[in-house]
Design a protein around this ligand. Structure first.
Ligand SMILES: Nc1ncnc2c1ncn2[C@@H]1O[C@H](COP(=O)(O)OP(=O)(O)OP(=O)(O)O)[C@@H](O)[C@H]1O
Length: 278
């Protein structure tokens, strides 16, 4: 049987289909392991893709990105401008053990919670992402960190605004950062999941679900990203009618497939997203 590098690119695609039919893992895919999302994406994210995840402030973009990293079969690299690594690890434990972050910080956990935390710490040992903090202007830090972590299939960059503020007149530099991250995904054959705020979101419009135009930057995100996801939680705006915990992940752009949405549930006590279909 010939090795993949001995055959033409077209034959390689057919061979990949044969392997998928035989139940083998597709190494080009990086599943989110949120079943509804993976189903909508034809199996998961694809290596070489830039995925942009945006939502209103505090909607839970960082929490969802962390949730994807923690569910993943392979170790992820999480680059954050917002927190020290230990804060991310605390969140990871809170999310997985279903223990309140506040209680962990206060050291006020019950014996039962202590056991759950210890169990989560062991079960996450091989899954917890490599976490590094990057500073403003840190595009080169990001590139270095990715090159220094060759095993990571998923690289989370949290947030775009951590690379550069969205100050007036910065659009060109921010657009360049988005383009550079797309190149990074291609060059290193990884998925880059970039979180961002939505400068164009009008909180007074009747439907605050994110739209592609809310990402700003003159359409750069829509043009460069392979997949654009918008996170929406109605309860943030409509306390009386918003169903508690209900979250929608909108597929606003999908280079390889259909647009649509998946239903998620957000448990704010633990910063934990669940797939409603599970
Ligand atoms: N492990 C956790 N336990 C409790 N609350 C959490 C946890 N993780 C996140 N949260 C809370 O969930 C909300 C969403 O947090 P997250 O950091 O994901 O927001 P975000 O969308 O990335 O927003 P921003 O970038 O504006 O901070 C916040 O109110 C945060 O305090």
């Amino acid at each position: 049987m010939p090795h993949d590098h001995d055959i033409s690119p077209l034959t390689r695609i057919v061979a990949r289909l044969d392997r998928a039919a035989a139940g083998e893992v597709d190494l080009d895919l990086v599943p989110s392991n949120f079943p509804s999302l993976d189903k909508a994406l034809g199996g998961g994210f694809r290596r070489g893709d830039l995925v942009v995840l945006g939502g209103d402030d505090s909607v839970g973009s960082s929490a969802l990105a962390l949730g994807i990293a923690l569910r993943g079969a392979q170790r992820a690299l999480l680059l954050t401008s917002e927190m020290q690594p230990d804060r991310v690890y605390e969140r990871a434990l809170a999310t997985c053990a279903k223990v309140s972050l506040e209680n962990i910080r206060l050291g006020a956990v019950t014996d039962e919670e202590r056991i759950r935390l210890a169990t989560a710490a062991v079960s996450l040992r091989d899954q917890v992402p490599v976490v590094e903090t990057f500073l403003q202007g840190g595009l080169s830090n990001i590139e270095r960190a990715v090159e220094a972590t060759p095993g990571a299939g998923l690289v989370i960059v949290d947030t775009l605004e951590g690379i550069l503020h969205r100050d007036h007149g910065q659009d060109e530099a921010l657009s360049y950062a988005v383009l550079a991250l797309k190149r990074l995904a291609l060059k290193n054959h990884v998925v880059v999941l970039l979180t961002t705020h939505l400068p164009g979101l009008d909180r007074h419009r009747p439907d605050r679900r994110p739209r592609l135009t809310d990402f700003g930057l003159g359409g750069t995100v829509g043009a460069q990203a392979d997949l654009v996801l918008g996170l929406y939680r109605e309860e943030m705006y409509d306390f009386d009618h918003g169903v508690s915990g209900a979250a929608e992940l909108l597929i606003l752009k999908n280079r390889d497939g259909a647009k649509g949405y998946v239903d998620l549930y957000f448990d704010a006590r633990f910063g934990r997203f669940e797939d409603v279909a599970e």
